[in-house]
Design a protein around this ligand. Structure first.
Ligand code: SAM
Length: 350
C-alpha cells in the first residue's frame, strides 16, 4: 500500500502545490486514524493525561455552569476531540458529587477517528455515551461543550508577504521530499494592524476553527449554554510561523513523513472569539490562573495527603506541570463562549 507521503507526492506532481491546510488535513487525519498517540509510549501528553485533577476540576466547572443555567432536567454534555476519553471519565467521576447533574447529562463525544472512538468506548464503558462526527449533529437543548487540544489540530492556512503582497504558502515537491513554495496572491482575513508587517512575515488563519466557533456561537445564541475551549495559543491575532510537528515527544520536521507525527499550530483565540459572535466570549485566561481559580491547589494537597511520599511528590509534580508559567500554565489558555445573557462562568473574571 502507498504511504501518505507517496500519495501526496503523486497528487502534487499531477496537480501542482497544495495549501498548507490541505497538507495538514491529510496528515492529521491519517495520524489520528492509525494510533493512540498519548503518553510516554506515544508522541505527546495532554493535560488530562498529566493528571486526574484536570478533568475533575472541569467536571466541577460543568456542574457550576449547569447551575447557572437553572439546573435544567436535560443538558447535552459534549466533548469535542476526546482523545482516550480520560477527561470525560474524570469529569463524570467528579461531577458525581451532584447526582442530579449526572442524571440530566446527555453525554455526546464528537470524534472523527474510529481508532480513538474505540478507546473512548473502553474508557467510558458503563456510561451511557453517544458519538457523533460534528457539532451540528448534537441534539437541541441546553448545552455544555468541552474541547481540550482540539482546535490546535485543525488545519491552518499560511500566508507570506512578498513585495508588499500576501501570497498563500503552499507545499510543493523538492526531490524526494516536500518543501514550502509561494502560491497565488491572497487576502488573509486578519486585522489590518496584523497585516501591516514587513516583507517576509508569515500569518496564519484556521478556517475550520473559525467555522466551528461560529457554529457554537450561533447555537449558544439560540439555546442556553457554555463552551470551554482550552488549547495552546495566543490571546491576540499576530504574525509568525507556529506550525509544528512532534513525534516521540520531540520536534519533528513539519513536512517529513506526513501522518507519522502530530502536526499542530497555535490557536488564535481572538479569531475564535470574533467568529463566535453573537455568543459572548470570556477570556482567554491562562490555564494556570483558570485551574487555580477552580481550586486545583486545594485538590492537589488533599490528594497528596491521602497518599504516601511518592504519591505526594507525583501530585505536586503534576500540579506544577499544569499551572507553572514555564510548563503549561501560560502557553495554554482557556476561552469560554456563552449565551449572551449569562454572567462570567467560573474561572473567568467579569
Ligand atoms: C490532541 S488530541 C486531544 C485529546 C483530548 N482532548 C485530550 O486532551 O487528551 C485531539 C483529538 O481531537 C480529535 N480530532 C482531530 N480532528 C478532529 C475533528 N475535526 N473533529 C473532531 N475530533 C477531531 C482527535 O482524534 C483526538 O481525539
Amino acid at each position: 500500500m502507498r504511504s501518505l507521503a507517496e500519495k501526496l507526492a503523486a497528487r502534487i506532481a499531477q496537480g501542482g502545490p497544495i495549501t498548507v491546510a490541505d497538507f495538514m488535513h491529510e496528515a492529521v487525519g491519517q495520524y489520528y486514524a492509525t494510533r493512540d498517540p498519548f503518553g510516554r509510549q506515544g508522541d505527546f501528553t495532554t493535560a488530562p493525561e498529566v493528571s486526574q485533577m484536570f478533568g475533575e476540576l472541569i467536571g466541577l466547572w460543568c456542574v457550576m455552569v449547569w447551575q447557572m443555567m437553572g439546573a435544567p432536567d436535560k443538558v447535552v454534555l459534549a466533548e469535542l476531540g476526546p482523545g482516550r476519553g480520560t477527561l470525560m471519565n474524570d469529569l463524570l467521576r467528579a461531577a458525581g458529587v451532584v447526582p442530579a447533574f449526572l442524571k440530566a447529562a446527555d453525554i455526546r463525544l464528537v470524534e472523527t477517528s474510529p481508532r480513538l472512538t474505540a478507546l473512548q468506548r473502553q474508557t467510558l464503558s458503563g456510561r451511557d455515551v453517544q458519538w457523533c462526527e460534528n457539532v451540528d449533529q448534537l441534539p437541541d437543548g441546553p448545552l455544555i461543550v468541552i474541547a481540550n487540544e482540539l482546535f490546535d489540530a485543525l488545519p491552518i492556512r499560511q500566508f507570506v508577504k512578498h513585495d508588499g503582497q500576501w501570497c498563500e504558502r503552499m507545499v510543493g515537491l523538492d526531490g524526494d521530499g516536500f518543501c514550502f513554495v509561494a502560491g497565488p496572491a491572497a487576502d488573509p482575513d486578519l486585522p489590518a494592524e496584523v497585516l501591516a508587517t514587513p516583507d517576509g512575515a508569515i500569518v496564519e488563519t484556521c478556517d475550520g476553527g473559525r467555522a466551528l466557533a461560529a457554529s457554537l456561537g450561533k447555537r449558544l445564541n439560540r439555546q442556553p449554554g457554555f463552551a470551554l475551549i482550552i488549547d495552546y495559543g495566543h490571546g491576540r491575532s499576530g504574525t509568525g510561523d507556529t506550525l509544528q510537528a512532534v513525534r516521540h515527544h520531540r520536534f519533528h520536521p513539519v513536512l517529513d513523513q506526513p501522518g507519522l507525527a502530530d502536526i499542530t499550530a497555535h490557536v488564535d483565540f481572538q479569531a475564535l472569539a470574533g467568529a463566535a459572535v453573537p455568543a459572548r466570549a470570556w477570556g482567554p485566561v491562562d490555564q494556570g490562573g483558570f485551574l487555580r481559580a477552580l481550586g486545583i491547589e486545594t485538590r492537589a494537597h488533599l490528594l497528596a495527603q491521602a497518599g504516601g511520599d511518592k504519591v505526594a511528590a507525583d501530585i505536586m509534580g503534576q500540579l506544577r506541570r499544569l499551572i507553572d508559567p514555564g510548563e503549561m500554565g501560560t502557553l495554554f489558555k482557556a476561552l469560554a463562549l456563552a449565551s449572551p445573557h449569562f454572567p462570567a462562568p467560573p474561572g473567568f473574571v467579569s
